[in-house]
Design a protein around this ligand. Structure first.
Ligand code: BG6
Length: 498
């Protein structure tokens, strides 16, 4: 796909996301020769900056936090501009239109515009309308695309009404709902790993798979984002989007072709097949938790309610563990245990496929099961464990493993999730962006959890630095299973290195 010359307009440009994620991603794409020949980045926010002051602020951040070449950085900065207007004020958009006209001529970028909404979600419906009122959505003289950050809505009703509002001005194919997990190389690899190997696919179903674990653990707490997080919680912040997208890739059927809609059709079908949660599921198969203060390896960590921006009687969950099912021919009866939380012992995201034991346990009931660990991050890789004869007398089976680490691939440098997604949006490839029907299906699935959260008995405490509330262990123990104990290092199961 072509990387057309274009103007990138970032709304909410004075915020953290622009500085921490978007500008570093654009810089690396530029430094690696992956940006179009002609492009501009126009930051739009209320804070007053001149072009020069905005460039200086971003350059200082890049120098302090990224590996940059100063000469390349100076050239990159020449593409950056700033316009100080209130993105919620429709009357100011003529200034934006004029500025874009000037930049298009100055940089020969044409009228292809990529709008990035890095603003508070309350503006997601307002900005597209303002753009349309000034004809800045019109595709007759160049494409217009809109990237919307997470969270897309707050629940089913708000997501639907936001969709409707945006669709009044922009078509679905112009809309790119970002879920940065889909930009991760290791998440995309789920597709290739599953559908390019004849070895795994025949086993990838209820006949051979016993259960699946998906873990998205973070060691960090809310990190100064208490104000946002307290109104969101783990269900909206990580589970409804990132983890359910990963589950979609693990459970999907083979796509008819490697094309955006074929792939997204299959992922969406999985989401539409999540077994709706009954009241009994909410009581028995769901665990919500909130971290409390604790001393972790000599460091005193605050409890969630003591974090800045968080109400001292907050009942927001920082952990969710859920046993859920996908009601399809392939997966009927196979439990998916999914968990995510903040202030767990380490940062690790992984999928563990537990295969069924052999039909007859000739080497005893304790012979090891086959496990496939797909590590999304860190120490990205794949580990397969199987039984082997324990050397010596008799026939005892012991668990051994084979593993692959991405870091051993010498030839390619992995793009970060934002680099990959921004590049795809510039090329007009929406494969790795969430589609409207998929987002809706995920909201519908979590809706009962959002209501159950209000129940006074729904929330358990867990000490920062532990694997969540004890009740989450019970979820598996009851079924004769336990969570895999994941460490920073893929192959290490003995202890957790932070
Ligand atoms: C973001 C959430 O979407 O994902 C954060 O808002 C979370 O709360 C982050 O920390 C995790 O992303 P990653 O790529 O570090 O796993």
């Amino acid at each position: 796909m072509a990387k057309d010359n274009n103007n990138i307009v970032i709304f909410g440009a004075s915020g953290d996301l622009t500085k921490r994620k978007l500008i570093p991603a654009f810089y690396h794409l530029y430094a690696n020769g992956m940006m179009p020949e002609n492009f501009t980045i126009l930051g739009v926010s209320r804070t007053e900056y001149t072009d020069e002051a905005f460039r200086e602020k971003l350059a200082a951040f890049l120098i302090a936090n990224e590996k940059v070449n100063e000469e390349t950085l100076a050239r990159f900065c020449q593409h950056i501009y700033y316009l100080s207007i209130d993105p919620a004020d429709a009357s100011k958009y003529d200034q934006l239109a004029t500025r874009l006209d000037v930049l298009s001529v100055q940089h020969d970028t044409g009228h292809n515009n990529l709008y990035y909404l890095a603003t508070p979600p309350s503006l997601y419906g307002v900005i597209p309308e303002c753009l349309a009122n000034h004809n800045l959505h019109d595709q007759s003289n160049g494409w217009k695309r809109l990237i919307v950050e997470k969270p897309f809505g707050y629940d089913t009703a708000t997501a639907e009404s936001l969709d409707k509002k945006i669709h009044d001005q922009f078509d679905e194919h112009q809309l790119y709902r970002i879920d940065h997990y889909l930009g991760k190389e290791t998440v995309q690899n789920l597709l290739v790993f599953r559908f390019s190997n004849g070895m795994f696919e025949p086993l990838w179903n209820r006949n051979f798979i016993d259960y699946v674990e998906i873990t998205g653990a973070e060691f960090l707490g809310v990190e100064g984002r208490g104000g946002y997080y307290d109104g969101s919680g783990a269900v909206r912040d990580m589970f409804q989007n990132h983890l359910l997208q990963v589950l979609g890739m693990v459970a999907m059927e083979p796509p008819a072709a490697i094309r955006s809609d074929s792939i997204r059709d299959e992922v969406t079908k999985v989401m539409q097949s999540f077994r709706p949660l009954s009241e009994a599921d909410l009581r028995n198969n769901l665990v919500l938790g909130q971290y409390t203060g604790s001393n972790v390896r000599g460091e005193q960590l605050l409890g969630y309610r003591e974090e800045p921006g968080v109400a001292d009687d907050s009942r927001t969950e920082t952990y969710i563990g859920l046993k859920m099912f996908v009601d399809t021919w392939r997966w009927n009866g196979v439990p998916f245990y999914v968990r995510t939380g903040k202030r767990l012992p380490t940062r690790v995201t992984e999928v563990v496929i537990h295969f069924k034991k052999t039909p007859h346990p000739v080497f005893g009931a304790n012979a090891p099961e086959n496990k496939l660990v797909i590590r999304i991050q860190p120490d990205e890789g794949i580990l397969m464990s199987f039984g082997l004869k324990k050397p010596g007398a008799g026939f005892e089976a012991k668990e051994v493993s084979m593993e692959f680490h991405y870091q051993d691939l010498k030839e390619s440098q992995l793009l970060t999730a934002y680099e990959r997604l921004l590049l795809d949006a510039i090329k007009g490839d929406s494969t790795l962006f969430a589609r409207s029907d998929a987002v809706k299906a995920c909201w519908e699935f979590v809706e009962p959890i959002l209501q159950y959260k209000e129940d006074p008995d729904a929330l358990f405490g867990y000490a920062a630095g532990t694997w969540g509330p004890e009740q989450a262990d019970e979820l598996l123990k009851r079924d004769g299973r336990e969570w895999r104990y994941p460490c920073k290092n893929l192959t290490n199961t003995e202890y957790c290195e932070l």
